[in-house]
Design a protein around this ligand. Sequence first.
Ligand code: MN
Length: 465
Amino acid sequence: MKTLYFITGSQDLYGEDTLRQVAVDSKEMAGFLNENLKGASVLWQPTVRSGEEAEDLLVRASSDKNCIGVIVWMHTFSPAKMWIKGLQKLCKPLLHLHTQFNRALPYKTIDMDFMNLNQSAHGDREFGFICTRLGLPREVVAGYYKNESVKKRINRFADVARAIDYSHNLRVAMFGNNMRDVAVTDGDRVESEIRYGWNVNYYGIGELVELANGVTEEEISAKLSEYHEKYEMNTDCSESVEEQAKYEVALDKFIAAERIGAFTDTFQDLYGLKQLPGIAVQNIMAKGIGFGPEGDYKTSALMAVLCKMAEGRNGATAFLEDYTYDLTEGEELELASHMLEVSPVFAADKPKIEVHHLGIGGKEPPARLVFDGIAGKGIAVSMVDMGTHFRLICADIELIKQPKEMPKLPVARVMWKILPDFASGTEQWIYAGGAHHAVISTALDVEDIRLYAKLTDTELVCIGF
Ligand code: MN
């Protein structure tokens, strides 16, 4: 499990006894947080008493590959000039926990020694000032550390920090390039690596074709048994399903060999493939591998990052495309889908494997999973490249059970209402430049995205209540 360093600030001024007590108290706090955190373990660190110790520790946190972030609080006063050089070298997410060891004030016994030992109110303001002066993006959480609300926010920080760490090492493969002439799915891949760590590279579809040609009958039948177990077979075209199983085995091999966490393809570049990958991509997406169609590397990478953030939570997270509407006045609904690639994490019931003609791409009819979507509160998150910077757009949505059957629609679909209402939500999305591709999540909420945007210094437009 990845770790968060728990760092306590103090200084030498107070003498041995005080520092001993600081160590005892901070160990207890770190232990409590460790037991109450789901997404990372908390590792207590010796009290920081000087500039040298601060720098050594924050450099160590920055270079420790297992460390995804630091939690810092001041038990006593800790003059903040001593934190400058360390903070300048810190390259991990920072949570400034403004709390204290005691919950209530001991009115009857409080004396000067107690006040010197327990002065977070004083020390954390000094530390906060230097973080602000240095312009550090960070999360400040104030409150008693055992409060549910505080634990919840530290847990959120752990999830977001884990996602940022994952993002830093994320390798994205593009089979083919961006769909010709499409603007919003394109972007600055160098800037994506500078800001988010995404290493985005082009691969010829021929590499996948070669892998697919090498897939054995045994590998195909193993994949088919997986399909039979998870899904309902609703087609006689077993050849088409076998073809998709072959693609998925090939993709699995490629993903493992190239250590890929997210990928894209495009129907305009399928040379050597008989079908556009359908169920192959759908089944892979359900494992938390990012996917973006039409060369949309930003959505693909963002999906992988948000799936990592959502790990351990209930709910579904994956890419979807805005497709069409029901504009019945006052009851407007959106129907989101894609030409094939909708993740089965959104399925309300067991998905059906079907084979239908696909009008785009000029290839054979591909097997795909067809299902109705789940209901529940969610968010839609889109990332666009504004030329000078990236922008995230996050909208509150309510996924709903589709009101009527759609017996002729040959693809999976999810329906939702955008909040606060169709006109205002959709207009804001369009003004903000939000794409027609987004990552939808019922596991995350806008506060997760707000924290992610803050810690990665990304512009964010929120749409909702
Ligand atoms: Mn699309």
